[in-house]
Unconditional design. Structure first.
Length: 327
């Protein structure tokens, strides 16, 4: 149960209660699906994922019904590394069918499921999409990006400080990959902010760690880090941050305590790539009560005053989607 809001945030409450978040996901879901068959090769799945910049493909049988999902992580799990003199290492997947590596735990919802209900499902399962089925036929996919579109429509005025995860665990861009992977494990987080001379230049997530199998462990993190992020001030309204994330199709918002802002997203990566799945806490650490991006804390009883010193938090698609739970 969501606690009653205090007077300080009452002005924001009317902006995001009910309305957009009670709407069915059919109003926001993506209907154009990229799918694959169970007898297709894993190499074909790899090519599709790389070409379309999405992270998971629904696996469909001959009757058009979903059997499971094959993801980039599945391919990294079953693949092997090939190295040739003078060339970068490359991922080679087995000469096998998709059904040999796909996962069968597809999470689905119906078209009339509300935005808030789907957001709760994603947060509870720590996933970034639910597939939409109507009478056992797959008709769309509803992702955190689609939830963010509802957040934009609802014009949530609460600041990013109310949804961000903090503190942020960082690593230097020149650090060896092995150190970043070790830090991921020791810190108990799913991602790190990558800094160069104190400035955010990228992110290093669990997915990046999997992809780092293609590199030597002594190579710098900069060679494998992700570039899908924007930098925004802590006072930015949630709906403005969501609009920017949707427009740029980024994975993370790095939050600063000053007026700096910017973005970094290579043109070749401006596709529909979804963020990596991660547990609560986002790229930052688990934090402490009153400092993490928990959706029920949009109207916390104590204001969050971030410390000075630059990077103070991180917001992911799931953090922004959590706003829908106040509906």
């Amino acid at each position: 149960m969501v606690a009653a809001p205090n007077e300080a945030c009452g002005a924001h409450r009317g902006d995001y209660l009910g309305g957009m978040f009670g709407a069915p996901i059919s109003e926001y879901m993506t209907r154009a699906l990229v799918t694959i068959g169970p007898t297709a090769t894993l190499e074909h799945a790899r090519e599709l994922i790389e070409r379309t910049h999405i992270s998971a493909l629904p696996v469909m049988d001959t009757r058009g019904r979903a059997m499971g999902v094959v993801s980039r992580s599945d391919l990294l799990r079953v693949g092997r590394i090939e190295t040739n003199a003078g060339r970068r290492p490359a991922l080679r997947v087995p000469d096998e069918q998709v059904d040999s590596a796909m996962g069968t735990g597809m999470v689905t919802a119906t078209p009339d499921t509300s935005v808030a209900e789907a957001a709760r499902l994603m947060l509870d399962r720590h996933i970034h999409r639910v597939f939409v089925e109507d009478e056992r036929h797959l008709v769309g996919v509803f992702s955190t990006r689609d939830v963010m579109r509802a957040v934009v429509d609802a014009r949530i005025e609460a600041p990013l400080s109310s949804v961000m995860s903090s503190p942020v665990i960082t690593v230097d861009a020149a650090s060896p990959i092995r150190d970043a992977i070790d830090l991921l494990g020791r810190a108990g987080v799913s991602g790190l902010a990558v800094l160069e001379r104190g400035t955010p230049v990228g992110t290093f997530t669990q997915e990046d760690a999997l992809a780092a199998r293609l590199h030597r462990r002594e190579d710098p993190v900069a060679q494998v880090m992700g570039y899908w992020f924007v930098v925004l001030p802590v006072s930015t309204a949630v709906h403005q941050a969501a609009a920017r994330a949707v427009a740029l199709k980024v994975r993370h918002i790095l939050v600063t305590d000053d007026g700096s802002l910017g973005s970094t997203i290579p043109p070749e990566h401006r596709g529909d790539t979804e963020p990596a799945i991660r547990p609560p806490g986002g790229v930052g650490g688990q934090g402490s009560p009153g400092s993490t991006g928990h959706p029920d804390r949009l109207c916390d009883t104590e204001p969050k005053i971030p410390p000075r010193g630059g990077l103070v938090g991180v917001v992911t698609g799931l953090d922004l989607a959590g706003a829908a739970l106040l509906a």
